[in-house]
Write a protein that binds this ligand. Structure first.
Ligand code: NAG
Ligand code: NAG
Ligand code: NAG
Length: 408
């Protein structure tokens, strides 16, 4: 365990060191046409997304990570980012002055020791099947309305989430520690543990979603993996999962979407990870960082402010919860750790703790427990969510999840 601790720290030092360099990118002009997504169009998009690799890394579980020239990554094909100047760090964001001991577990199961060379970023190679599947499902499953419900969805969707309800409050980011679990999720299903940042009217809803996803269609297996999705119009024409359309700017040489996590074992001390998306106070881009905690965390990259129409300044809502979806069948997969939540034994439940929001000056601030509400769709024996009473530094904590099934 000691070895893991040390290698973990060394790994972060290496990654951190390589992030601190100045890079200037010159973008060529390109535009994305909205022609019919037939086979040739998919091929074209695939070719555009999978940039020429300077180096290719095969992970222990056989995944292909391409090391792409940081200036030639897919994001810069987006016409909105034509004049975007790449940022290498979330400007002047102050690290929280916490004093936590570093967990002895490595952050990722199967952490590849190899990282991409300087001047490149790690991007998981997208297969044609990945792209076809992702396009098919994102519209059906992710069109949230202002209440974060999924109107007229042709798929079966269920969710639980908690949020603070304070009229007019502005959120400049959100963070939580999220416990990680293995789940059995089949090919036509997915299950997430995630945070939502939302703003805008229903038709043009802007959102950034991030956390952990189990999705065999997107990732080839049902392991817990880092995921995100974004949109500036309720997924009508903009946005996608992960890096499947030009938008997210990757800056990390090792951690990328699709990255696999080590999972907890039922009945043993849970494995949790720290996730945060916050708006950089100066550049106003939305940065994703993950790690063991606020101090031992690493930026993955960011969604530039140019992508958004309503998340340009702040989010009006932040939500913490899970989402379970199935296509072409009435039953939905397990969520969390697959068991109904309870507050008496945290080794047997999925949870989030230190749920906080980010204020205008970039500080993480506790939510107001009295203003928190939890929501659940479907039957209570399928999925549930509970907020704990504040306990010291673990304020705010929630437990959630369930076995799924026929839940309507
Ligand atoms: C951090 O821990 C040390 C040793 O336990 C203690 O002396 C110090 O006050 C702590 N600092 C903070 C900011 O909590
Ligand atoms: C959201 O919920 C409120 C209260 O239930 C309802 O009045 C409103 O119409 C809903 N909005 C949408 C967009 O569904
Ligand atoms: C943000 O939070 C910090 C720490 O709680 C506080 O000192 C600061 O005044 C807050 N800033 C705003 C704009 O609320």
């Amino acid at each position: 365990m000691k070895f893991l601790q040390i290698s973990f720290i060394v790994y972060f030092i290496l990654v951190s060191f390589t992030l601190i360099s100045t890079i200037h990118c010159l973008h060529g002009e390109r535009s994305i046409s909205k022609v019919e997504e037939d086979d040739t169009e998919i091929e074209r998009q695939l070719k555009a997304l999978n940039k020429k690799a300077i180096k290719t890394i095969m992970t222990k579980i056989g995944e292909i990570i391409d090391c792409i020239d940081i200036c030639k990554q897919p994001a810069f094909d987006n016409p909105l980012l034509k004049n975007h100047k790449i940022q290498m760090t979330p400007d002047s964001i102050r690290r929280e002055a916490t004093n936590k001991t570093i967990s002895s577990s490595p952050i990722f199961g199967g952490l590849q020791r190899e990282i991409c060379p300087s001047g490149t970023v790690a991007i998981r190679r997208i297969t044609k099947e990945d792209l076809v599947n992702a396009k098919k499902f994102i519209k059906k499953t992710r069109q949230v309305d202002a209440n974060n419900t999924y109107p007229n969805a042709p798929t079966t969707n269920h969710f639980v989430f908690a949020k603070e309800v304070i009229e007019g409050k502005q959120y400049f980011g959100a963070t939580a520690h999220i416990s990680l679990h293995d789940l059995s999720v089949f090919r036509d299903e997915f299950s997430t543990s995630q945070i939502w940042l939302i703003n805008g009217p229903q038709e043009q809803i802007n959102s950034i979603e991030f956390g952990i996803m189990h999705d065999p269609l997107l990732f080839g297996d049902s392991r817990a993996r880092l995921f995100s999705s974004w949109t500036a119009d309720g997924h009508q024409t903009t946005g996608c999962y992960n890096m499947m359309c030009p938008g997210f700017v990757q800056v990390n040489r090792a951690v990328t979407f699709g990255k696999q996590f080590q999972a907890s074992i039922y009945g043993q001390p849970a494995v949790d990870y720290y996730f945060i998306v916050r708006r950089a106070p100066i550049s106003k881009d939305w940065w994703l960082s993950i790690g063991m905690d606020a101090e031992i965390s690493e930026p993955v990259g960011y969604w530039p402010k140019e992508l958004f129409t309503h998340l340009t300044d702040s989010a009006s809502t932040v939500q913490y919860g899970g989402f379970a979806s199935a296509t072409s069948k009435p039953s939905t997969p397990p969520m969390g750790n697959g068991f109904l939540p309870q507050l008496s034994d945290f080794s047997k439940t999925a949870f989030m703790f230190k749920m906080k929001y980010v204020n205008e000056t970039g500080h993480t601030v506790n939510l107001d427990r009295q203003s928190m509400q939890s929501h659940r769709s479907g039957k209570q024996e399928c999925y549930d969510i509970m907020l704990a009473s504040p306990v010291g530094e673990y304020d705010i904590t929630m437990v959630y999840g369930g076995p799924g099934g026929i839940c309507a």
